[in-house]
Design a protein around this ligand. Structure first.
Ligand SMILES: C[S@@+](CC[C@H](N)C(=O)[O-])C[C@H]1O[C@@H](n2cnc3c(N)ncnc32)[C@H](O)[C@@H]1O
Length: 228
């Protein structure tokens, strides 16, 4: 297993205990508002289409769905139980079913985007690659690029270690105190790893650095430079 999120039965059981907000890491309000503010800073408008990969129980979705024009939010996740709980407990009580048809929350663990249609202006993966190894980042970048319009942006968070740190050693981050690893969850990367992951793709790494995350996750900003 790459991370504890792959134990789908355990995740479903925790979600069943009315813990859908806690299972995706807690800090529901703080990290939800942060990711919305981040995309707004990067130019997200209501008429844009957003793909939220590893969207979980919609911690970000509850901010994006009322802001975006109806039908412009799509989310994918490895765990159907999180998508279901997010929809039933966060979307339906707000009467947002017309803004977010259930079919736009898609179970997908390998970035194949089954049933996802149209081109996106933004892709977000908040606290996804912190739970996945570098090869998954490469896989995702290569597969998802076809679903993004030229000039579109992909923002994802990651744990960064310094260029001169030993990749193979555990690294304790000062802010938040999280210890990360090369080979197990939570995973760390160097900026050079991000550059490597974009090689041979239509993605250009434009920025990589802190964005005020309480657990020291950094944010990478990629722009699609290839043809539409
Ligand atoms: C820390 S949670 C973050 C959820 C959401 N992005 C947020 O900020 O609330 C990580 C999410 O990634 C999902 N996940 C893990 N591996 C995945 C994969 N290979 N493909 C899609 N989703 C994955 C988990 O099921 C979980 O919902």
């Amino acid at each position: 297993m790459f991370s504890h999120y792959y134990d789908k039965d355990r995740i479903a059981s925790l979600v069943g205990e009315d813990n859908h907000r806690g299972v995706i890491g807690g800090l529901w309000e703080e990290v939800g508002v942060m990711q919305f503010a981040l995309l707004r800073q990067h130019g997200l408008r209501p008429d844009h289409r957003l793909l939220d990969i590893g969207c979980g129980s919609l911690r970000g979705g509850v901010h994006f769905v009322p802001f975006l024009d109806a039908g412009n939010y799509w989310g994918t996740d490895l765990n159907q139980s999180l998508l279901d709980a997010g929809y039933e407990k966060e979307i339906l009580p707000q009467d947002w079913a017309e803004r977010l048809p259930k079919a736009q929350l898609v179970e997908d663990a390998e970035f194949d985007l089954p049933g996802v249609t149209g081109k996106f202006d933004f892709v977000l993966a908040q606290s996804l690659f912190t739970h996945l190894p570098l090869n998954h980042l490469r896989l995702c970048l290569e597969k998802v690029q076809a679903a993004v319009r030229a000039g579109g942006k992909f923002l994802f968070t990651y744990f960064e270690i310094p260029a001169d740190a030993a990749y193979s050693l555990p690294f304790k981050h000062k802010v938040g105190g999280v210890t990360t690893f090369a080979h197990k969850d939570p995973y760390h990367y160097k900026v050079a790893d991000l550059e490597f992951a974009t090689k041979g793709t239509d993605w250009l790494l434009e920025e990589a650095g802190p964005w005020g995350h309480p657990r020291a996750q950094n944010c990478a900003v990629l722009r699609k430079v290839g043809s539409a």
